[in-house]
Design a protein around this ligand. Structure first.
Ligand SMILES: Cc1ncc(COP(=O)(O)O)c(C=O)c1O
Length: 465
């Protein structure tokens, strides 16, 4: 690493150390900070650490302290020393903690509040479909996507889209088209784990920026742009996990900063049609048209099983992304796209939004009743609530909750620095009956956790659901 890069890296470490407070020997705390940066994707795969001397200088620590921290990490197998060359993130270590793999881990639970998804296609009014009609016309390899579906999206959302295999593929294509190994990508803190995974795979150094109820903090955003010179910033109009909705003023301010700095913004609008009441937030592409790449999806308004999403951008950005799409899989399934087009005609989205508000209220009322210590900001959009469990390590509590039959998503998955350990994301998209039962079981887990926070780990749910 060059001196400037070492200094940037030291900023991330200090940030991590500050967030954790000051207990334990400095070498142990430094090792923990490096461990979490590596696992969470802030260190690019295969990257070399700064030398002990350079890092010690940048952090104002003794070289001995840094050496002890490096030794601890080498003993754990996360880093490896190569003789005469330096200390590296060990091969395969970058795969140790993909947040997506941790979220979608196999195994059954009785109520899955961990994934922020439409639980099944039951809310869809299935049109009478003529299969011959569905399959007629074209060879199915049109990289931009099905003409009818593209026309519908143009009319509904004003975008001229490249159809993708879900928004997740859209983000992955953007990462592969625009990010080179070692580039800095700014992300909201917290943010969507699938984006962390995709940018991390592309070799990005992920830098989190503070958000509040209105979106990214413009002052912090400007500072991060000036300090880190990122290749792009990824943000959401309707936020996963918090359910916050970006305010029009904030969108204008962030768009203006990006435009002035010639910075690419990736706006993820996967949840944009799920604002619970009021208007959908203004697209950032309106403020920064040449430098915004917009991603969207039908997964949260229709059904994730369709795997239909989209990307739109001005040229030449869209051409670069389209080329990567074609290299990756030639085109998205035409059958899925035509089914999606038929379903879009059924206008079920407004009903689903109303139902989601009912389920949100059901979950939050049950939480208020049964878990009064837990706190959250009322979600204004999306399918989940971002809950604070005071004084709790939710990585551990999530395991206990799972043993009580309920999956929740621990907060550490939502930031590249593994922060938010006292938070969890709970989806409210399940049926109201299941939500009530899930909260009852979570309350059992909570009481068991407080009875014996270290060892309590029952093998069977106390209340079956
Ligand atoms: C903000 C956000 N972006 C993208 C995705 C991925 O969606 P898709 O199913 O379309 O790949 C999700 C799914 O949870 C999401 O919440």
């Amino acid at each position: 690493m060059q001196t400037g890069e070492v200094d940037q890296f030291a900023v991330l470490i200090r940030d991590r150390l500050r967030a954790w407070g000051g207990r334990g020997p400095s070498s142990r705390r430094l090792a923990d900070a490096l461990d979490s940066l590596a696992r969470a994707g802030t260190l690019a795969p295969g990257s070399r650490l700064p030398s002990e001397r350079d890092l010690a200088r940048a952090l104002g620590l003794s070289r001995g302290t840094v050496a002890v921290a490096f030794n601890l990490l080498c003993e754990q197998g996360l880093f490896e020393r190569r003789h005469g060359s330096g200390t590296y993130l060990a091969a395969g270590a970058e795969d140790a903690g993909s947040p997506v793999a941790r979220l979608l881990r196999p195994g059954t639970v009785l109520a899955d509040l961990s994934t922020s998804v439409v639980p099944d296609a039951a809310h869809l009014r299935l049109p009478a479909l003529d299969l011959t009609e569905l399959l007629r016309g074209g060879h199915g390899y049109d990289v931009m996507g099905d003409v009818r579906l593209r026309g519908q999206l143009r009319e509904r959302l004003g975008v001229d889209p490249l159809i993708t295999n879900g928004a997740q593929q859209g983000i992955d294509l953007i990462a592969r088209a625009l990010v080179r190994r070692g580039d800095v990508v700014l992300v909201e803190d917290p943010t969507y784990p699938g984006a962390l995974a995709a940018f991390h795979r592309a070799g990005a150094q992920l830098v989190p920026v503070t958000t509040d109820a209105d979106g990214l903090d413009p002052a912090a955003f400007r500072r991060a742009v000036e300090q880190h010179r990122p290749v792009l910033a990824y943000l959401m109009g309707v936020h996963n996990p918090t359910g916050d909705v970006i305010s029009p003023d904030r969108a204008a301010a962030l768009g203006a900063i990006a435009k002035a700095e010639d910075l690419v913004l990736v706006e993820d609008r996967t949840l944009a049609e799920l604002v619970h009441s009021g208007d959908t937030p203004p697209p950032l592409a309106d403020v920064h048209p040449h430098g915004t790449v917009t991603v969207g999806s039908l997964s949260k308004v229709l059904w994730g099983g369709l795997r239909v999403g989209w990307v739109s951008a001005a040229e030449p950005l869209l051409a670069r992304i389209t080329e990567v799409k074609q290299d990756a899989d030639l085109a998205t399934s035409t059958v899925s796209q035509r089914l999606a087009a038929a379903l879009l005609d059924q206008a079920v989205i407004a009903d689903w939004r109303t139902e989601l508000v009912r389920r949100r209220d059901q979950l939050t009322a049950a939480l208020h009743r049964q878990l009064p210590e837990w706190t959250w900001r009322a979600p204004r959009g999306g399918l989940s609530v971002w809950v604070r469990l005071p004084g709790t390590d939710t990585d551990r509590f999530a395991e206990l909750a799972r043993d009580h039959g309920v999956a929740i998503a621990p907060g550490s998955l939502f930031a590249p620095t593994g922060r938010h350990r006292d938070h969890a994301r709970l989806s409210f998209a399940l049926s109201p009956e299941l939500l009530d039962q899930a909260v009852t079981n979570l309350a059992h887990a909570w009481h068991a956790h407080h009875a014996d926070p270290v060892r309590t780990h029952p093998r069977h749910p106390t209340t079956p659901i």
